[in-house]
Ligand binder design. Structure first.
Ligand code: AMP
Length: 579
C-alpha cells in the first residue's frame, strides 16, 4: 500500500497529513508533535538533524543551523550550514525527507507521492523550486497547491452545503496571502488572490528585536550586532514574548549580555500589547493592501464576505484578529486550527487526485494570482521603444488556462525574436519580475509585421508554459516548465548525489538528540551556580548515548530529566513550541 501525502512546507514549521478512512488527519513526528520546525542543523558528528533538535541547536550553534530558508526559495543564494552551503531547495528537501520518514513510520507504507502547498503569491521560480525540493527528497510531486486554497478545501469538505463568500487571510512565518472565494453546492470557486511574499510572522519578531535594541539605547539594528549568540538568544526571547502577548496582556524579554550570556539576574524588557501594536504599526499598514486588492478583483465589498478564515500561526496575534474583525465588521471563524488547516487541505487535495469516493462531490477551481505577459516594443510617434509590458494572462483568471496573443515582427526580414516573459502589473517590464526568455529563430523572411503567436498555458500547479510559433509552423516551447533558475537535469542529478551523501540522524534517536541540545542551550542560560550540575548530567547522558548500553542510557536519561526539573526547566517531549 502506498499513500499520496499532503505537505505544508512552512517557513517556520512544516506538517504532513494523509487522507484515510474518508477524512484528512495529521501525521505526528518522532516527538509526537504535528509541527516540525523547518530548521536544519548539522551535529558535530556531521549528521543532519531536522526539526525541534535543530531548533535547539540554532541557539547555541547558529553557524551550524539554517532556518527561514523558504524565503530564498527559487533563488540560488547560498545558505551556510556548518562548513558547506546549500540552496533553499536543498535544505527544504531535507525537511521533506524528515516528514516522509515520519509518514512511513506512521502509515507503515512506502511514500512516493505528495501534494505540497505553497503561498498563493509564490511566483513561477518559487513554485518550480518547491517542486525541485520534492524531487530532491525522492518524491513525485503530484500537485503544488496554494496554501489558502488548501485551507478552503478543508472548509469546503466540512461545509459542503454552505453558500457563502469566504475570505482566507493567511499570515505564515514569511508570507502573507489573501484569497476571496465563493462556495456553493460543494463547488469551491476561488475568485481572487493577492499577497506579499516577504511579509510574515517572523517580521513581527524582528520588529520586536529591533525595538528592544533601540530601547536599550544601543541604537543598533540586528545586522550590526556582531555576536551571533546574542542575536540568537534575543530572538528566541522576543519570539517567546510575541507568543505570550497572544495569550496575555504583558510579556517580559530577558536581555542577554552582548556576548550572548545571561547574567545571574538578567535585565528585562517589559512589553504590553499596546506597545507591541505600535512597534508593528508599519507592518500592519502593509496588511490591508492585498486585502483591498483581492476584494476589488473579486468585485466584493468587505461586508459581503460571510466568513473570514484565519490561516498561519501569525494570524493568532491579537493585532491581526482585531484588524480583521474591524475590517470585515465580523469576528473571524475560529473552528479550524490555523497551524494545521493547510496540511489537512493538502491531504484533501491528494484525495481529489486519487479520486477518493469521500470527496467525489467536492469541486475546486483556482486562479492564477499574477498577471503574466511579455515585453513588447511600441511605435511612439515614429520611434520604436522597447521595454513595455503586454499582459497575456490577467491576474485572477481561473486555471487551468491557455491564451494566445498575436504579435508581429518590427523590421523587414527579421529572422529572430527573443520573447521575454514577465510577471507583474507595471507598464514597463523593468518594474516587473522576469521569469524567463524564449528565442524563436529561423523566422520566415518577409516584410515587417509578420505574425508571431505566443501562447501562455498556466496549469493547475501554477506552473507556466510558454509557446511561440509563426504561421510558417516553426514552434518553440519554453523552458519555464522544466528548469529552476536554469538548473539542468545534470545539475539536478549532482544536487541529488550531494544530498544522498548527507547522513540524516536516526529518526528513533531524535528525541534524545533534542533533549541533549535543549540541555546544552539551558547551560548557557542558567545562573553560574547551577551550571555545573546540569553540565555533569549532560556529560553523563551524552556518554551513555555513545556507549549504547540500554540500562546505563536509561538511568542517565532519568538523571538528566530530574536535574532539569529540579532546576525549574522541566523538559516536555511533546511540546512543539519554543520551550
Ligand atoms: P507558519 O509558517 O504558519 O507555521 O507560521 C508561523 C508563524 O506564526 C511564526 O512567525 C510564529 O512566530 C507565528 N506564531 C505561531 N504561533 C503564534 C502565537 N501563538 N502568537 C503569535 N505568533 C505565533
Amino acid at each position: 500500500m502506498s499513500y499520496t501525502i499532503g505537505i505544508d512546507l512552512g517557513t517556520t514549521n512544516s506538517l504532513c497529513a494523509v487522507f484515510q478512512d474518508g477524512r484528512p488527519r495529521l501525521i505526528p513526528n518522532s516527538h509526537g508533535d504535528f509541527l516540525t520546525p523547518s530548521v536544519v542543523g548539522v551535529l558535530e558528528s556531521g549528521e543532519i538533524v531536522v526539526g525541534a533538535a535543530a531548533r535547539e541547536l540554532r541557539v547555541t550553534h547558529p553557524e551550524r543551523t539554517a532556518w527561514c530558508f523558504k524565503r530564498f526559495m527559487g533563488s540560488d543564494r547560498p545558505i551556510s550550514l556548518g562548513a558547506k552551503t546549500y540552496t533553499a531547495q536543498e535544505l527544504s528537501s531535507l525537511v521533506l525527507q524528515s516528514l516522509v520518514e515520519d509518514a512511513k513510520s506512521e502509515l507503515k507504507a512506502s511514500i512516493t507521492d505528495a501534494v505540497i502547498t505553497v503561498p498563493a503569491y509564490f511566483n513561477d521560480h518559487q513554485r518550480q523550486a518547491t517542486k525541485l525540493a520534492g524531487q530532491l527528497a525522492g518524491l513525485n510531486v503530484r500537485r503544488i497547491v496554494n496554501e489558502p486554497t488548501a485551507a478552503a478545501l478543508v472548509y469546503g469538505f466540512h461545509e459542503r452545503e454552505a453558500e457563502k463568500n469566504l475570505c482566507i487571510i493567511d499570515l505564515g512565518g514569511g508570507t502573507f496571502d489573501v484569497t476571496v472565494m465563493e462556495i456553493f453546492e460543494g463547488t469551491l470557486e476561488i475568485r481572487a488572490t493577492a499577497g506579499e511574499s516577504q511579509l510574515g510572522g517572523e517580521d513581527f519578531t524582528d520588529r520586536l528585536v529591533s525595538a528592544v535594541l533601540i530601547n536599550q539605547k544601543m541604537q543598533l539594528e540586528l545586522a550590526e550586532l556582531k555576536h551571533p549568540l546574542h542575536v540568537a538568544r534575543l530572538r528566541v526571547e522576543s519570539e517567546r514574548a510575541k507568543r505570550t502577548l497572544t495569550a496575555k496582556d504583558t510579556a517580559r524579554i530577558r536581555l542577554p549580555e552582548l556576548d550572548g550570556q545571561f547574567s545571574g539576574q538578567p535585565r528585562e524588557f517589559k512589553i504590553n500589547r499596546e506597545t507591541f501594536k505600535k512597534v508593528c504599526s508599519k507592518l500592519m499598514d502593509r496588511i490591508s493592501v492585498p486585502i483591498d486588492r483581492a476584494l476589488r478583483d473579486a468585485k466584493l465589498d468587505p461586508r459581503e464576505i460571510d466568513e473570514v478564515l484565519l490561516v498561519g500561526g501569525a494570524t493568532r496575534m491579537p493585532v491581526m484578529v482585531d484588524f480583521v474583525s474591524s475590517y470585515f465588521g465580523k469576528q473571524p471563524q475560529m473552528e479550524f486550527n490555523p497551524d494545521e488547516v493547510v496540511a489537512l487541505g493538502a491531504a484533501v487535495q491528494a484525495a481529489l487526485i486519487e479520486q477518493d469516493a469521500a470527496v467525489n462531490d467536492v469541486v475546486m477551481t483556482d486562479v492564477c494570482p499574477f498577471t503574466l505577459g511579455v515585453e513588447i516594443a511600441k511605435d511612439l510617434g515614429g520611434q520604436i521603444q522597447d521595454g513595455f509590458f503586454q499582459p497575456i494572462l490577467h491576474r485572477n483568471s481561473t486555471i487551468p488556462i491557455s491564451r494566445e496573443e498575436v504579435f508581429s515582427t518590427i523590421v523587414p526580414n527579421q529572422r529572430m525574436v527573443e520573447v521575454r516573459v514577465f510577471q507583474g502589473d507595471a507598464r514597463r517590464v523593468t518594474d516587473n519580475v522576469e521569469l524567463g526568455r524564449l528565442r524563436v529563430e529561423n523566422l520566415p523572411t518577409g516584410p515587417a509585421g509578420m505574425p508571431i503567436r505566443i501562447r501562455f498555458t498556466y496549469d493547475l500547479n501554477g506552473i507556466l508554459e510558454v509557446e511561440a510559433y509563426t504561421d510558417g509552423g516553426c514552434k518553440q516551447r519554453t523552458v519555464l516548465t522544466n528548469h529552476v533558475q536554469g538548473l539542468s537535469q545534470e545539475q539536478i542529478q549532482a544536487a541529488l548525489q550531494r544530498l544522498q551523501k548527507l547522513k540524516l540522524y536516526p529518526r528513533e534517536d531524535l528525541n534524545n538528540q533534542r533533549l541533549a541540545r535543549y540541555s546544552e542551550r539551558l547551560i548557557g542560560e542558567l545562573h553560574p551556580s547551577q551550571r555545573q550540575q546540569l553540565d555533569l548530567a549532560l556529560d553523563f547522558f551524552e556518554g551513555a548515548m555513545n556507549e549504547g548500553d540500554p540500562q546505563q542510557f536509561e538511568s542517565a536519561k532519568q538523571a538528566l530529566l530530574m536535574t532539569l526539573s529540579a532546576l525549574g526547566f522541566p523538559y516536555d517531549e511533546h511540546s512543539a513550541d519554543e520551550q
